[in-house]
Design a protein around this ligand. Structure first.
Ligand code: NAD
Length: 356
């Protein structure tokens, strides 16, 4: 929460976003589902993937970069392999369609290898990890981003050649532990976080971005607006770079949706391709014994004495869970600039209500 920010309830924010998406042409149910997906990202603390994307999504509708009438389709179904074409449908809708189609196969075979091509922005990938975990599956996701200029430099490179290619690993809850949910961009910071820092005049960790000359910096001002100068860097030096690259290939090549290499048209939208490996733990051993082992390891890891007693050790997924509770009670903090953009975008499609 920064000075000048105000809190908006999740319900108000969702209704506002859904109304604007519906006025722009989204089907009623889709508008609500996409709005829920955005606001859940806010609740989890990932404002970069939250309601602040509304103006971008409305622009994408106006420019035909998301197809509000598209219906995702299973295009290949053989053995453990399931391929879904998103046909530029809303990412939330295409992602849920693909996951729902994969679950019976993972149940029957013990595993399903799912690909999804050409979905509009999938947003917070953890939402799909949560879907799997809630159904009792483990899932590993690799995602690439196309239809826009690259924003992440290769390790030791000086300009963008990749997207922020998220990777997500979800494990179902046990009797005493919640779902394990690692959900991350493979860039050191997510693109939206650099944009938000730029619009708020904040610094980012030194070296998380490089400037237009390829030099490391902590000044995100080149990321204001959508014509960014400079690039993000991968997390974890050469190791994170390897993961950025792997996600690009696994998602882009195996789905058939393509990678970000310049042989493909870049229309200025956001398309995601995804590979998800969905596993039924029951196919791997005694579920009760697996749960016991997971719980023992979880407790062992979190019992490490903290370096700073004010920052307790938590598991991946814990920070989002606790923030979600807090923001659900207190509301989502919104800065004046984002509010202005949301109100202007909604007004442009004829919504008369105002936020804030
Ligand atoms: P982040 O850096 O805030 O968190 C990454 C992971 O680290 C999370 O699983 C979180 O639970 C865990 N974590 C954070 N602090 C922790 C701690 N102290 N101890 C243990 N675990 C901790 O996330 P991010 O990399 O900024 O990604 C933000 C979101 O952006 C994600 O939901 C991701 O899916 C999404 N994303 C989407 C796209 C897309 O194209 N659709 C692209 C990039 C990112």
């Amino acid at each position: 929460m920064q000075p000048g920010d105000i809190r908006i309830s999740a319900a108000e924010l969702t209704t506002f976003c859904a109304a604007a998406l519906a006025r722009a042409g989204a089907k009623e149910g889709d508008a609500r589902a996409v709005a829920d997906h955005l606001v859940m990202a806010n609740l989890c603390g990932h404002d970069s993937h939250g309601a602040g994307l509304l103006p971008t999504y409305l622009r994408h509708v106006a420019e035909g970069l998301v197809d509000v009438h598209a219906v995702p389709e299973v295009i290949h179904d053989k053995g453990a392999i399931l391929k879904v074409a998103g046909h530029d449908a809303w990412g939330r809708i295409a992602g849920e369609f693909a996951m729902t189609a994969a679950f019976p196969k993972a149940e029957a075979l013990g595993a399903c290898i799912l690909t999804l091509s050409n979905a509009h922005h999938l947003g917070r990938i953890g939402a799909f990890g949560e879907m799997a975990a809630q159904e009792g599956f483990a899932a590993i996701f690799f995602v690439n981003v196309t239809d826009l200029d690259p924003v992440v430099a290769p390790y030791q490179g000086t300009d963008g050649r990749f997207g922020t290619n998220p990777v997500c690993i979800a494990l179902p809850p046990t009797g005493t532990k919640p779902a394990f949910l690692l959900d991350m961009a493979t860039s050191r910071i997510a693109m939206g976080k650099a944009r938000i820092a730029a619009s708020k005049g904040l610094r980012v960790p030194f070296g998380a971005i490089i400037d237009e000359n390829g030099l490391p910096t902590d000044d995100p001002s080149g990321f204001k607006g959508f014509d960014q100068k400079g690039a993000l860097t991968p997390f974890g030096d050469h190791k994170g770079y390897g993961l950025v690259f792997a996600a690009e290939l696994l998602a882009g090549v195996f789905s058939g949706g393509g990678t970000i290499q310049p042989g493909h048209e870049r229309r200025g939208g956001i398309r995601n391709q995804m590979m998800a490996v969905i596993l039924s733990p029951d196919a791997f051993g005694d579920p009760a014994a697996m749960d016991r082992e997971m719980e023992a390891m979880w407790e062992y890891a979190l019992a490490s004495p903290p370096a700073d007693w004010d920052s307790p050790i938590v598991a991946p997924g814990d920070p989002e869970r606790s923030l979600r509770k807090r923001r659900a009670a207190e509301g989502v903090p919104m800065d004046p600039e984002t509010l202005k953009q949301l109100n202007a975008a909604a007004e442009s499609v004829g919504v008369t209500e105002r936020l804030g």
